[in-house]
Write a protein that binds this ligand. Structure first.
Ligand SMILES: C[S@@+](CC[C@H](N)C(=O)[O-])C[C@H]1O[C@@H](n2cnc3c(N)ncnc32)[C@H](O)[C@@H]1O
Length: 220
């Protein structure tokens, strides 16, 4: 498996082969992070019911983990149709097809009506979005008044991150591309600009052991 790369900068929309490779990593290596992150989302957002959109859902592992903790229904959305085949297989295996629906869509122009969702979640996708203000404006449009969002990246905890790094190395991951840990850059001004442009007045940037996330709320 020497082709496994980590956070490759040369990201392209998953084709069939890359989708299969990512789904295997998510299902076999990343598996323990999703229930932890789902718990963090529930604790922060407190949204137990209604409709949740999982943006850049990949194989839908986060939707499925949050479905197990709540009564939410899910639209698991990704702009790669290939990855959604793997998402559907995971959903069917869990017996959650009644509550989790896959849909092709781009965060910059989502296939949902205004005020459609109570909650928006997204892990590991934002770094690929070409226009964050446009993406956040679009998420604000599809959230209902009082709707919440939790978007970013992370592996749940530094302990889980270490375990995953070890397992990826054991599997022969190409660590050439793995970014060196960077000192946290102060991006407060950047986030102020993104959120001002997208119309969110209530938000919080979270940088801790769980990763790098943005929590936001649409006004009532
Ligand atoms: C690293 S994967 C993360 C998948 C999943 N959220 C997880 O945590 O395992 C990033 C996903 O974001 C999707 N993605 C990237 N840009 C997107 C966009 N503009 N709109 C929708 N999905 C996007 C990719 O196709 C890919 O499935």
């Amino acid at each position: 498996m020497s082709h496994i790369s980590w956070n490759s900068k040369g990201y392209e929309k998953f084709d069939e082969q890359r989708a299969g490779e990512y789904a295997a990593i998510a299902n076999e290596v990343f598996a323990p992070i999703y229930p932890v992150i789902a718990g963090q989302i529930l604790k922060r957002c407190g949204v137990n019911s209604g409709l949740c959109i999982d943006v850049g859902c990949g194989p839908a592992n986060l939707s499925l983990a949050l479905a197990r903790l709540t009564s939410l229904n899910f639209c698991a959305m990704d702009f790669s149709p290939h990855i959604l085949g793997f998402a559907q297989a995971n959903i069917d295996r869990e017996g959650l097809a009644e509550r989790v629906t896959t849909i092709v869509g781009d965060v910059h122009r989502m296939p949902f009506s205004d005020g459609f969702a109570s909650l928006i979640i997204s892990r590991g996708s934002m770094r690929f979005w070409r226009n964050r203000p446009a993406a956040f404006r679009e998420m604000r449009r599809v959230l209902e008044p009082g709707g919440k969002g939790y978007v970013g990246g992370g592996l749940g905890s530094s302990l889980l991150a270490e375990e995953i790094n070890r397992e990826m190395i054991r599997r022969g991951a190409d660590w050439q591309n793995k970014p060196k840990p960077q000192p946290r850059k102060n991006d407060t001004a950047e986030w102020q600009e993104i959120m001002a442009k997208s119309g969110f007045s209530k938000y919080e940037v979270i940088r801790d052991d769980s990763g790098s996330w943005v929590y936001f709320e649409k006004e009532r």
